[in-house]
Design a protein around this ligand. Structure first.
Ligand code: PEP
Ligand code: MN
Length: 368
């Protein structure tokens, strides 16, 4: 089924983000005390942040953890807004949260990963937001279900929310992986290609789960062309009541954003660049045609081998032969600077297609 188009107001017309990339939402995982909110907000404002985040209601995995300060924390956000001219944002997970945020003048809300997974809650929140023009950022659902993510976007858009965007924070896994949540970039890329007009943020804090991974994830996300980052920052990360390991001080965040990450242009209007890139792309196109031609020839020979095996009543797979092909390819590939993993991936795909064709030939009774 073709996607319905979303009716979206571009990010730079929301009145809170400006070019160049990245647009940043930063602030603590949770609002904890007035002092912590104000000190963090001051530090962030001084290093150039415009949009401040702080969780007021926290969806925690286990009971008994700090579950957010609740409504009193909204006053501290209002104070940060008033004193430092910041736009303020928080997560909403129910109709009640929305009403409290609207009363408190919250400028942007986001939908948490656990909430996006629940269409009842998403609809309830969308209904509560109907008629407002508050921007909404929808995090991916905790499970890697692109349709569920798109469904949530459709619910907000149907409720008239046009300042709508997404936050990619990775997906839960049972397996132990390097990051707290699995990026599965292919899902993010698929969403971007289906809705190129949709503002796209990445949340390296919840994806990585540790401040050690913030640089590599932020860089990756910028290199993929995404325009925004949501990053957790706390005036005293070690003492944070939630997500202590993944938060940066405002100074560390400044270092990350202005010294460590490299922002590359998505494209350029320069004539010289255009001419050079066009030439290189023309070369790539020819090479790709040759690859396809070579694959076609290989498949034809593979088919002949299949016929020959059939006529001699020989099984399709001779593993020793395949092992020899693979190790020869890996050896040869090294001379050309190709990694073992890459060659194995490519040759395994070729082999699979080849076995499939020979299988068809062997099981085709019509030629007997
Ligand atoms: C958050 O941003 O504070 C949060 C709880 O994140 P997530 O929904 O991605 O787990
Ligand atoms: Mn957090």
């Amino acid at each position: 089924m073709a996607d319905k188009k979303l009716d979206i107001i571009p990010l730079y017309e929301w009145g809170m983000f400006t070019e160049p990339r990245p647009s940043v939402v930063a602030g603590p995982c949770s609002a904890e005390t007035e002092e912590q909110v104000m000190e963090t907000a001051k530090g962030l404002r001084e290093m150039g942040i415009n949009v401040f985040r702080a969780g007021i209601w926290k969806p925690r995995t286990h009971p008994g953890c700090f579950e957010g300060i609740g409504v009193p924390g909204l006053k501290w956000l209002q104070k940060a807004k008033k004193e430092y001219g910041l736009k303020i944002s928080t997560e909403v997970a129910s109709e009640k949260h929305v009403f409290e945020c609207l009363k408190a003048g919250v400028d942007l809300v986001w939908i948490g990963a656990r909430t996006t997974s629940n269409p009842f809650l998403v609809q309830e929140i969308a209904d509560a937001l109907e008629g407002t023009d508050i921007p909404v950022l929808v995090k991916n659902p905790a499970n890697p279900d692109l349709d569920l993510w798109i469904g949530a976007l459709e619910r907000f858009n149907r409720a008239g929310i046009k300042k709508l965007g997404v936050i990619h924070r990775g997906f839960s896994t049972f397996d132990k992986i390097k990051y707290r949540n699995d990026p599965q970039w292919d899902i993010a890329i698929e969403l971007r290609s289906r809705f190129p007009e949709l503002p796209f943020f990445v949340d390296p804090s919840h994806m990585g789960g540790s401040k050690d991974f913030l640089l590599e994830i932020s860089q990756r996300s910028l290199d993929l062309g995404f325009e925004g980052l949501m990053i957790e920052s706390h005036c005293n990360p070690q003492a944070a009541l939630s997500d202590a390991k993944q938060q940066l001080t405002p100074d560390e965040l400044s270092d990350l954003l202005y010294k460590k990450i490299t922002v590359r242009d998505a494209d350029s209007d320069s004539k010289e660049w255009r001419d050079n890139i066009d030439q290189l792309r023309a070369k790539i196109d020819v090479i790709d045609e040759n690859i396809i031609y070579a694959l076609g020839s290989r498949m034809r020979v593979s088919r002949q081998i299949g016929e020959y095996k059939k006529n001699n009543n020989i099984a399709i797979l001779q593993t020793s032969r395949w092992d020899a092909i693979l190790s020869k390819a890996v050896e040869k590939g090294k001379e050309y600077g190709l990694s073992e993993k890459f060659l194995k991936d490519v040759f395994n795909a070729i082999h699979e297609a080849s076995v499939e064709i020979q299988n068809e030939i062997i099981s085709d009774k019509s030629s007997e």
